[in-house]
Ligand binder design. Structure first.
Ligand code: NAP
Length: 263
């Protein structure tokens, strides 16, 4: 039973105002608004605020997450400000749905050792000076291609509606724990031949890259890291999932229509 709630608010005036209202309504309805030992995190802002909340909780799988949209798009933000009473009703009566989102796990082996990352949306691999990226791509140690182009974007189903979509990738419903390898401006000529389209792979399947470039940029949900002499970048969805709350009437096609198509 959800009782203790922490609010994660971005710095915008409308989010701060919204947070005051949310806190007041939660307390009136016998919820505790706390800083520690909470079982629900509520992000008040846009998708960026939701991603930051999950990152600040180190992708903790034990708690629930939900977002109230005061941002621009808010695809990950389930609740509109005028739906606050509905959210509280669903929390009080345990009516909400839980969607388990697969978390992407990435390992980078490089000159100075190795680093591990979690991501909710995607990783993007590019040359650090935005030159052409050349890399062999393997799926579970099986050679797929020698890619040449601007970069490779490897997105979760949650991230399929974000940068992946802008790069021509497909939308995947969030309950699928898939990864999607989407090429960014792949080169096709007599010299180079790279996949033009996205490839979707199941969970527990590793995508491994071994870039030839001297310095490689690895962007993790929009946070950039530069590594020298990268040996391999491996990424997959294993067992880690986070629990995201949805309204009982959650409807994925409707969400796409409302957030990505309606003018
Ligand atoms: P940001 O300004 O926080 O986000 C860029 C846009 O992507 C915002 O409109 C954001 O919505 C939206 N967004 C984020 N996650 C989404 C999701 N899962 N589904 C649909 N839309 C989503 O940019 P950032 O801090 O650099 O990076 C955060 C994320 O933004 C990245 O993980 C990446 O997916 C995305 N991004 C997209 C592009 C692109 O489409 N060309 C370029 C860079 C980054 P809100 O307005 O609600 O925050």
């Amino acid at each position: 039973m959800i009782k203790n709630i922490k609010l994660f608010v971005n710095g915008r005036d409308n989010s701060i105002e919204c947070a005051k209202l949310v806190e007041r309504k939660l307390r009136i309805n016998d919820f505790n608004v706390v800083d520690d030992d909470y079982n629900l995190g509520i992000a008040i802002g846009g998708d960026g605020t939701f991603i930051k909340m999950v990152r600040d909780n180190n992708f903790n799988s034990d708690i629930y997450y939900v977002g109230i949209n005061t941002g621009h798009l808010g695809f990950l933000q389930e609740v509109k400000i005028d739906e606050l009473d509905k959210l509280i009703d669903e929390l009080k009566n345990n009516k909400y749905k839980v969607c388990n989102l697969g978390i992407q796990e990435t390992n980078v082996k490089h000159l100075n050792g190795e680093d591990n990352f979690y991501s909710l949306n995607e990783i993007v691999i590019r040359d650090s000076d935005l030159k052409i990226l050349k890399t062999n791509v393997f799926i579970n140690d099986d050679f797929l291609e020698e890619y040449t182009g601007d970069g490779l974007l490897i997105a979760t189903s949650t991230g399929s509606t974000a940068y992946n979509l802008s790069c021509g990738g497909s939308i995947v419903p969030p309950e699928f724990s898939t990864l999607q390898i989407t090429p960014m401006a792949p080169i096709n000529s007599r010299v180079y031949r790279s996949m033009q389209n996205s490839i979707i792979i199941p969970e527990k399947t590793k995508v491994k890259l071994s870039p030839n470039n001297k310095k490689v940029l690895v962007s993790i949900d929009g946070l950039n890291n530069v590594f020298e002499e990268v040996d391999t970048i491996s990424t997959s969805i294993e067992d880690k999932k986070i629990k995201c709350l949805r309204f009982s009437h959650y409807n994925f096609p409707q969400k796409i229509n409302e957030k990505l198509l309606k003018q």
